[in-house]
Design a protein around this ligand. Structure first.
Ligand code: HAM
Length: 419
């Protein structure tokens, strides 16, 4: 019997529901935040990843699925999505389509890592990339998107860590400070640290084996140039002003070379060793480095398998697939005119609506509304018709609001965004 390759998975039946649940949340949140989908090839020229991810990274040195095709070209199964997006941006002249370009992608990635829970050789990412803005508001929006996606999935067990990795102006000084700090300690450190001392000194900071030494290493925050320092402060201000909790992790350096300034990760404490569900940051040099103009950019990617592990560990079951967002429930014969009017107003706001045209009581109407996945019911009875009102019920929590009919659509829209 031929078996599937180690580190890969078949996804089917009950498991598939989790995938649809995550994918439909991604489609919905990308729509709300105006990100457009891009699909790039699953394999690319090896050179693309060597140049963008970085020759000295673990991904390039140890983890790529690289082979020669029949035409003698060196091909690599993509280990991540950002390099391909940057290449597609340059190759297809996205620069002419206006800035910023807000793009997203979903699909399989390949890394030859040691398989374990939450670590696969074929795994799936969803990622977003904003290209064209150097302003910290773009970093902020990308992080807000990540938090909204998790909220929509009902994951509240995740924590945001941020840091800055500086830029080509200030990073060399910091790297030198690290080299000086580690110079007399390196003989006692692990083999990975020894190798990285010459090639990728900042990765010594996130070594799991020698974390006690790393804890005493100098912090990048004392070496930042004014521009990087200002950028990092502004990002923190934006996060605070918008009530997004975060912690600064000055040893967060990320495993890919293209980052500049902001780096962030979202970790789910319940997951154990592979607890990073989202990783991202700014990469202002990448587009130029692979042959385009100097285009600043920021983005992140989330591992779908890890998100699903969190959902399972929290006991979150995928919801019934949503057929409509809102159910309008006319409780009387003469409520239909108003019901169709309310439905039209909601649809004008791009909200999908199911109007219940069956003859049944409120309990059964609500039961069906839940079955088809609606989040909110708008109930119209006698009082609602007489006084131009609408009763808005959030199905998950059962909370109910009586609102002025003229503001029903905007109220429902706001409630949907909160869910
Ligand atoms: P990354 O941190 O290498 O970043 O990967 C992002 C996410 O992919 C991780 O947080 C994790 O959830 C998932 N992941 C990575 N490796 C595996 C694996 N072997 N098995 C299962 N899941 C995995 C990037 O890939 C960057 N391109 C993110 C980015 C986008 N930065 C800016 N824009």
């Amino acid at each position: 019997m031929i078996k599937r390759i180690k580190g890969t998975q078949d996804i089917y039946l009950e498991e598939m529901k989790y995938w649809h649940y995550v994918e439909s949340a991604v489609r919905e949140v990308t729509r709300l935040y105006a990100f457009q989908e891009v699909r790039t090839p699953i394999f690319e020229a090896t050179e693309l990843f060597k140049r963008s991810v970085g020759e000295s990274t673990d991904v390039v040195q140890k983890e790529m699925y690289t082979f020669e095709d029949k035409g003698g070209r060196s091909i690599t199964l993509r280990p991540e999505g950002t390099a391909s997006i940057a290449r597609a941006f340059v190759e297809n002249g996205f620069i002419n389509l206006g800035a910023p370009m807000k793009l997203y992608y979903m699909g399989p990635m390949f890394r030859y890592e040691r398989p374990q829970a939450g670590r696969l050789r074929q795994f799936h990412q969803i990622g977003i990339e904003t290209l064209g803005s150097s302003h910290p508001t773009a970093d902020y929006e990308v992080i807000e998107f990540a938090m909204s996606l998790l909220k929509r999935l009902k994951i509240d067990d995740a924590k945001l860590y941020i840091n800055t990795v500086g830029c080509e102006k200030c990073r060399p000084n910091y790297k030198q400070a690290l080299r000086d700090f580690y110079a007399d300690k390196i003989d006692g450190l692990c083999t990975d640290c020894k190798r990285r001392y010459d090639t990728n000194i900042m990765r010594l900071l996130d070594c799991k084996v020698d974390s006690e030494v790393a804890a005493k290493a100098p912090s990048i925050h004392s070496y930042l140039c004014d521009e990087c320092s200002k950028h990092f402060n502004e990002l923190q201000e934006l996060l605070k002003a918008n009530n997004i909790d975060f912690e600064i992790d000055s040893r967060l350096v990320r495993g890919l070379d293209y980052y500049t300034k902001t780096a962030f990760e979202i970790r789910a404490e319940s997951l154990g060793s592979q607890n990073q569900i989202i990783g991202g940051g700014r990469y202002d040099g990448l587009v130029e480095y692979i042959g385009g103009k100097a285009i600043p950019a920021v983005g992140f990617a989330a591992g779908i398998e890890r998100i699903i592990m969190v959902l399972k560990s929290m006991g979150i079951k995928p919801e019934t697939e949503e057929i409509a967002s809102v159910a309008v429930l006319p409780m009387l014969e003469n409520a239909f005119t108003l019901a169709f009017e309310y439905a039209r107003r909601l649809r004008k706001r791009n909200i999908s609506v199911f109007v219940d045209v069956m003859d049944r009581n409120l309990r059964n109407r609500l039961k069906h509304a839940s079955r088809i996945g609606t989040k909110i019911a708008v109930i119209i009875g006698e009082e609602e018709i007489e006084k131009n009102l609408a009763t808005v019920k959030v199905l998950d929590t059962g909370s109910q609001f009586k609102v002025d009919g003229d503001f029903m659509a905007s109220f429902v829209e706001e409630k949907l965004m909160e869910l």
